[in-house]
Design a protein around this ligand. Structure first.
Ligand code: AVI
Length: 318
């Protein structure tokens, strides 16, 4: 009796897409899992901590660009747009944009529902007259925007160089999907991390305090908890490497010894030194940025960068 009552409850908690992605990723050669699964509550909290790390320049650089150039964005985009933010997370940069451009509505989209609702409530308190209309979902899949913004011109906001977490082909597909979703009179404000000194890049993804390591290793804890896995957390180490040919930082989980484990009833083996490739973070030169945007159906109209040229904020039109 207890068993039959328990079993459906346990099965229901398993996210089928998570199960599918992890089982497929662990079965392939070399092993690789999609980075979207980092962001459970703990992963989202660790990512927030990453954004404050001294080594992790993207967030503070992009925030400074938004503060400095918000009025330029407002001038180029005009007032009264609905801002649609892709992967809103904690939305800490968003207030700078909203303050500058005075939008008609704000639609944050994020896969992590808990986090999204907390941050949306906070924004709604800070902007009491702004309709805040959160959408829980994976922006890599087809989505519907809220009815309330139909007919409004849109400004897509895709900060943080999240586009870099996609392979260039997938990035182009996503940019095209955004263009379809946002409409013909839309604009897009997008953050892109630039190619730079290798050591600086590696330090940003392998910080001295070990927060990025904890973020990467949290995926194993999530797999164990949500997919009834028995992966030994102490059997893995965080690795960050620069792949020069593909112009990307790669994060891996490296097996420190030969490992045998199970996930959702499937058995896996890893040799010592073998890795699970958990994330790529592509970096773009100034010309590459524009080529990528054009391939995705967007015309760059203005672009801002910091004094060191670490990060680019690009405004494009459909
Ligand atoms: C969310 N994304 C843009 C981050 C990045 O820099 O690629 C994720 C991250 N991974 C490790 N540190 C930060």
């Amino acid at each position: 009796m207890l068993l039959t009552e328990d079993a459906p409850a346990r099965t229901q908690r398993i996210d089928p897409a998570f199960r599918r992605d992890i089982l497929e990723g662990l079965a392939q050669e070399p092993k690789a899992t999609p980075p979207i699964w980092f962001y459970d509550r703990r992963g989202s909290e660790l990512f927030e901590q990453i954004t404050d790390l001294p080594e992790y320049y993207p967030t503070r650089t992009e925030t400074a660009l938004l503060k400095a150039h918000g009025p330029d964005v407002a001038r180029a985009a005009g007032a009264g747009r609905a801002v649609v933010e892709f992967g809103a997370g904690s939305s800490r940069k968003t207030p700078h944009l909203l303050r500058a451009i005075d939008p008609a509505a704000y639609v944050p989209i994020d896969i992590s529902g808990d986090f999204l609702h907390d941050s949306s409530a906070e924004l709604a308190r800070a902007f009491p007259h702004l309709p805040v209309l959160p959408v829980v979902g994976d922006f890599n899949q087809p989505l519907d925007l809220p009815e309330e913004i139909s007919g409004m011109p849109r400004l897509g906001f895709f900060p943080g160089s999240t586009i870099g977490n996609m392979d260039p082909g997938a990035a182009v597909d996503l940019l095209r999907a955004m263009r379809r979703l946002l409409g013909d009179d839309a604009m897009l404000l997008i953050g892109m991390d630039r190619i730079k000194d290798r050591d600086r890049l590696i330090a940003a993804y392998d910080d001295a305090q070990g927060v990025t390591a904890a973020f990467n290793l949290n995926l194993i804890e999530r797999i164990n908890r949500e997919l009834e896995g028995d992966m030994p957390v102490d059997g893995f180490a965080h690795r960050a490497v620069w792949n020069d040919e593909k112009a990307r930082i790669e994060m891996h989980l490296e097996a420190l010894r030969a490992l045998d484990f199970q996930v959702a009833g499937a058995r896996f083996h890893m040799d010592r030194g073998e890795t699970i490739h958990t994330e790529s973070s592509h970096k773009y030169g100034t010309r590459d940025e524009r080529i990528l945007l054009r391939a995705g159906g967007w015309d760059p109209v203005e672009e801002w960068t910091d004094a060191e040229g670490l990060f680019g904020l690009v405004l494009a039109q459909a």
